[in-house]
Design a protein around this ligand. Structure first.
Ligand code: CA
Ligand code: CA
Ligand code: CA
Ligand code: ZN
Length: 344
């Protein structure tokens, strides 16, 4: 059991360490400088489309070395652990990862999930920063996100309002082995930072699940393009790797290109969220990822904690008009109308 408190950027023990940290902070995105991490390229099923991969009780041999890539860990502070500007990791499972060893872990090592969680939360916030959130636009969870990795139960990753902490479970495929699970949970943290207490109605909760799924897809696609990683499974499939334990092939926790409409609601947030996530995916198809994601995230600042689909759709449509004009407004409206959302 290890506990590390977040000590902040300038608690460095030595000037040398502080300077090393500063170098990491100022390195351009995607640069190979700085400490290297061994990672999955979003996840091993997405990058290979090998639907026969299985967890095999967390065996290192179950996933070929070709499923791993190496990329820089960015925005770290000088602590030597997974603590930085946009994320810090605590683990209740195994020893804490060491930055110096981050390029050597495999999926059987507890530290691999710690590294994945740090990398993908940082990557997600860098993506939002790249969209202008935190500069041109208000920040969207632009703080160090606490992350806890523990071992209780299967598929129990969640975001907790009280601590604003993300927790990743280790059931089936360890949840943080799949970047789309990591980014989905980060989506909840983004929503909560934008609108404290967001998600108090079923429809608001469904929007939260939908945004998490959508963010996972869009951040993963952006990273694959940025690093030159393969993306061989369907773009619309969420958590292709985590889902090998509970979904028939092609393995998906959920998809963001389903056909559900508003009248198909069943009052369950994950099920009903697929109405909203399809609308977001259509907005992306129509406006392109960057424009769509700027509109989608910026609109969310205006959602009530207990918003309805109808109100949230109208806010998103108005945001598209304010940012990009009438053609974008029409594209967004059409995406929500196609889902039968009333009042748009
Ligand atoms: Ca593992
Ligand atoms: Ca799992
Ligand atoms: Ca995927
Ligand atoms: Zn969720």
């Amino acid at each position: 059991m290890s506990r590390r408190t977040h000590r902040g950027l300038f608690a460095a023990a030595t000037l040398t360490a502080a300077l090393a940290s500063l170098t990491a902070l100022t390195a351009p995105a995607g640069a190979s400088a700085g400490p290297q991490a061994r990672l999955f390229m979003v996840n091993p099923v997405q990058s290979s489309n090998d639907q026969s991969l299985t967890d095999a009780k967390d065996s290192a041999a179950a996933v070929p070395s070709s499923a791993y890539a190496t990329a820089a860990l960015r925005n770290l502070d000088a602590s030597g652990g997974l603590s930085g500007r946009w994320a810090y990791v605590r683990s209740d499972t195994g020893a804490s990862a060491k930055i110096a060893d981050a390029g050597t872990y495999d999926r059987h090592d507890d530290q691999f999930e710690q590294v994945m969680a740090y990398f993908w939360v940082n990557e997600s916030q860098e993506y939002l920063q790249g969209l202008g959130f935190g500069s041109e636009l208000p920040g969207a969870n632009d703080r160090a996100q606490p992350i806890r990795i523990n071992q209780w139960g299967s598929d129990n990753s969640f975001f907790t309002d009280k601590k604003a902490e993300i927790r990743f479970g280790k059931g089936g495929v360890d949840d943080a082995e799949d970047a789309e699970v990591v980014v989905h949970e980060y989506g909840h943290a983004v929503h909560h930072a934008q609108v404290p207490g967001f998600g108090t109605s079923v429809e608001a909760g469904a929007i939260g699940e939908a945004f998490g799924d959508y963010l996972a897809v869009t951040v993963g696609a952006h990273a694959a393009a940025k690093y030159g990683w393969p993306l061989k499974a369907d773009l619309a499939c969420v958590a292709d790797w985590d889902a090998v334990s509970y979904s028939p092939a092609p393995h998906c926790l959920r998809r963001v290109d389903g056909d559900k409409v508003y009248d198909d609601r069943v009052g369950q947030v994950h099920a009903d969220g697929q109405i909203w996530s399809r609308a977001l995916f259509d907005v992306r198809s129509r406006l392109g990822a960057r424009t769509a994601d700027r509109v989608i995230v910026n609109a969310q600042f205006g959602f009530a904690p207990d918003t309805s689909f109808s109100d949230a759709a109208r806010t998103t449509i108005a945001t598209a008009r304010a940012m990009y004009g009438a053609a974008a407004e029409t594209a967004v409206r059409d995406a929500f109308r196609a889902r039968g959302i009333p009042g748009v």
